[in-house]
Design a protein around this ligand. Structure first.
Ligand code: PRP
Length: 178
């Protein structure tokens, strides 16, 4: 794969517009209920920062965890590891898992099982990009920014061998758009 020529797939403007809609929907759905928004490091950091600012609530709490399944590879190893756990107790609380991408679904399944066992009041998931065609395990995110079948994407938190997470939009190799 030639990633030397990358072109925007989801622009900053398209992402901002979609994130604003998602934030408004989440604020409506959790109206009057405290919400713990969980950032799944590392990939979700940029989406998370934008999404929580789009959720107009004065009873939103932030927390962070880190899982990884890919290592330095571009294909999932199938093994999900927890590297950093939450700081807060989520029992009886509304919890929103915030992910950048759902691909095989293994990471989200792992997180739903892990956090679900802690008896939250409600457990939901917001994902920016849902790659449905690549599912290996069944999971259905509650809030989806963009759906796509397949394809390599990078930027806005998503990496290529650890690089390019700082791109402000999501890009694809030029040949994938042809
Ligand atoms: C990426 C991404 C999701 C997961 C999705 O994380 O951020 O957490 O893979 O893939 P899956 O649906 O096949 O599990 P990664 O393990 O690469 O770690 P990172 O967030 O640090 O990049």
């Amino acid at each position: 794969m030639d990633i030397s020529r990358l072109v925007p797939l989801f622009t900053r403007e398209a992402i901002a517009a979609r994130v604003a809609e998602m934030g408004a929907q989440i604020a409506r759905d959790f109206h009057g209920e405290p919400l713990v928004a969980v950032c799944v490091l590392r990939g979700a950091f940029m989406f998370y920062a934008d999404l929580v600012r789009a959720i107009s609530k004065d009873d939103l709490y932030v927390d962070f965890l880190r899982v990884s399944s890919y290592g330095a590879a571009t294909e999932s190893s199938g093994q999900v590891k927890l590297h950093l756990d939450l700081s807060c107790d989520i029992e009886g609380k509304n919890v929103l898992i915030v992910e950048d991408v759902v691909d095989s679904g293994r990471s989200l399944r792992f997180l739903l099982d892990l956090l679900g066992a802690r008896k939250p009041k409600r457990l939901a998931c917001a994902v920016l990009v849902d790659k449905r065609a690549r599912r290996k395990v069944e999971v259905e995110p509650d809030y989806v920014g963009f759906a796509m079948d397949d394809g390599f994407i990078v930027g806005y938190g998503l990496d290529y061998a650890g690089k390019m997470r700082n791109l402000p939009e999501i890009r694809v190799p030029e040949q994938e758009l042809r």
